[in-house]
Design a protein. Sequence first.
Length: 468
Amino acid sequence: MSGPMSLEPGGAEQDTLALRLADDRPPSPRLTDQHMLALVLPGHGARRDAVDGLAAELADRVAPAVHPYEVAALLESEGLTGEMIRKTYGHADLFSLATALYQRVPRTFPEPPRPVDPWRPDHLRCALRGLLFALPGLAYALAGRLLPPDGTVRALVVAGLISWAWNQALGHRAYARLASGRLEAGRTLAKGAPLGAAAATAAGAALSGAGVTALAVAAQSAYLAAAGVLLVLGRERLLLAVLVPVAAGGTALLWWEPGAVLRAGLPLLSLLGTVAAAGWALRATRTVPAAPGATRPGLWPSLPYGLFGLAAGSLVFLAGRDHPWGVIVLTLSMGPAEWLLYRYRGLSVAALRSTRTLAGFRARSAAVLAGCLLVYLAPLAPAALFVGADPVTLLLLAASLWISLLLQAFGTAWPPAALCLTAAVSAGAVMLTGSPPGATALPLCCGGAVLCLGAVAVRRLGRPAAHG
């Protein structure tokens, strides 16, 4: 009589015979559930091996499960049918097999993926923008000799300050309208840029009168308006391409003396290219449909940005009266300054994720602010000494501008505008009156602005809500 046959149901005679044989034999060890299942189901060992193999195959996806039901969903997604589960793995249903796999595979919970920095800067773009801010200065080196000395600088400075103020306000308004689509931003720039150029030209021409200086003022105003359009629309590479004639001519001045035609023609060629490129960029925005529900922002929110542009231009002009090379260094540093603005925002978000208390975040935020400011200022000191500029004035001016730009990036616009405008008016008044402390007026005013701006930044940016 075989083992399996002794466990199958039979007649009364077989039951009586089984009882007698049991009384005559010595007691045998108790069979475990696995042995019983192996007797009832031939091939149970192979099925157990199949379950072990399935557990090894799916271990990476079963290990993070917190309940057998998750494993059941995984098996169902793998296409296992009830018949396959019974024949191949020896389990009655899907949930039975899922429970077996859940028990076989140890629980492991992998670390969550590291979040992507939403403020990761574009290194090439930031470096390119710093270069683009400085390259137009070569046009003055080329064409400056052709301009009359009387009243030219004053007319160009006044027109330049108006262009700075107007373009700062226009840029903010255009960026605000970018949320509604490039079409809306393009319309804003197409209307505002010519008006700003006309206003700056009129103010400069009123001081210089008709003549060559008025033409230079008009050219400067047109270039600043067109370049502002290209920068807002993200066309830095296109702007660099149209500035190649000025860059080549200005660089050639180091070993070659061009004639009057080239001195005037190269800047004019870059000007025409910039205006044409701005027109093409604005035309391209018309092909992008406007976002549904677009709203037109008011003019008042853009006013402090315009006032800051006026103040920043005035401070830079005051610093450049005695140290023009220092202004060139400051202009070139605007690219790294923009890069550090992005880094500050990324580091602040990381600090917000890693700290658990409000005081801890405030300390981390202040440390990030101080670190970014020091990284920005560190290269400026040797650069100022190299070009013969006053490093103290340059560092204080650069610090005030960078903290102002940082606050503006977080939507805090009025404090930077008011503080920088106060510093510019105070320093300008002292310098114009010719008082004895006139040489130290600008660094003192910028130093006071830095202290106030730093206090505002620590307070405003030390709140987690500012980085949400």
